[in-house]
Design a protein around this ligand. Sequence first.
Ligand SMILES: Cc1cc2nc3c(=O)[nH]c(=O)nc-3n(C[C@H](O)[C@H](O)[C@H](O)COP(=O)(O)O)c2cc1C
Length: 350
Amino acid sequence: MNLFSPITLGDYSLRNRVVMAPMTRSRADAQGVPSDLAAEYYSSRADAGLIVTEGTGPSPSGMGYPRTPGIYSPAQIAAWRKVTEAVHARGGRTFLQIMHVGRIAHSANRTIPDPPVAPSAIRAAGEMWTDAKGMQPFDLPRALELTEIPSVIAEYAEATRNALAAGFDGVELHSASGYLPNQFLSTGTNKRTDAYGGPIENRIRFVLEALEAMIAAAGSSGKVGMKVSPGMPFNDIGHDDPLPTYVALAKAIAPYRIAYLHVMRAGIGAETVLREAFPGTLLVGGGFKNDEANQALGEGRADAIVFGSTYVANPDLVRRLEKGAPLNEPDASTFFTPGPKGYTDYPVLA
Ligand SMILES: Cc1cc2nc3c(=O)[nH]c(=O)nc-3n(C[C@H](O)[C@H](O)[C@H](O)COP(=O)(O)O)c2cc1C
């Protein structure tokens, strides 16, 4: 088994085990509508087994960064349709990553005046980029009322319906990187004393309900995946003892039979622990290059490998991996800048 072995993932047969990681690229407009360049960017990478899109907001309340896309307005859905058509025209498969940022937001990046929401009213330490005012401290979030949590869960269902209407093959619940679901999972950000906070079975409840809503909206668990990043401190997401929480989560979602669980490696060995705890398809990402990726698949440590920054720089990554060709280096200075530079202009092999 290697990167080029086909795989069944949920409802789909993929032609290889090379997965393009979800990556925010900040090329959408101020209303969260993907640019025309997005179709070119994604379709030029369509020979991946699966493309997971950049994190995409389910609602205005779920947005926090400048120029990131949404999946709640007709204009956004229409723009995404151009992306899925271009990817499908090249025989690719693509899932939309649904990303509700929770407290990782600043008002200058949002289209609504309401403060961001989170499990608890705890401001994230640090700053984020705004186009209007440069670097700014994160906004202080408002704690979600118990009675309004169902409406946030409903946003995930609506986003799922919209993604499928836009032609996506499925959706990924972003429960990693310090965003809203991760804020519910983590002891540092979730100080609730109701059914959504405290013991592990309460802290995983939001994620389970979001996943259930997405599966119901998609009409099939084989069209829904989830990403986690146990132990990753990004976005000030402190967690006392993360592994037991993620093991409990993996066991709780096993009966759902989702398309995959995607684990981003963060140095605490969660990918090994979750391989044991989770009986379904496991995607692993974080710092993989060719040799280690094939080794991990050969040893059964993962079912497919997720490539992030390497995919930014190498639209023809699958071909380069097949040939053992050298890889272009990603330029981090253009990860989040508008326009084609560093987005659609990386060279492909002759
Ligand atoms: C420019 C950039 C943007 C990213 N945006 C997202 C995102 O929107 N959603 C997400 O889940 N992860 C995001 N990530 C993390 C990647 O999905 C991936 O987990 C990480 O880069 C590790 O893989 P790598 O070492 O192959 O790059 C981003 C990474 C990069 C480099």
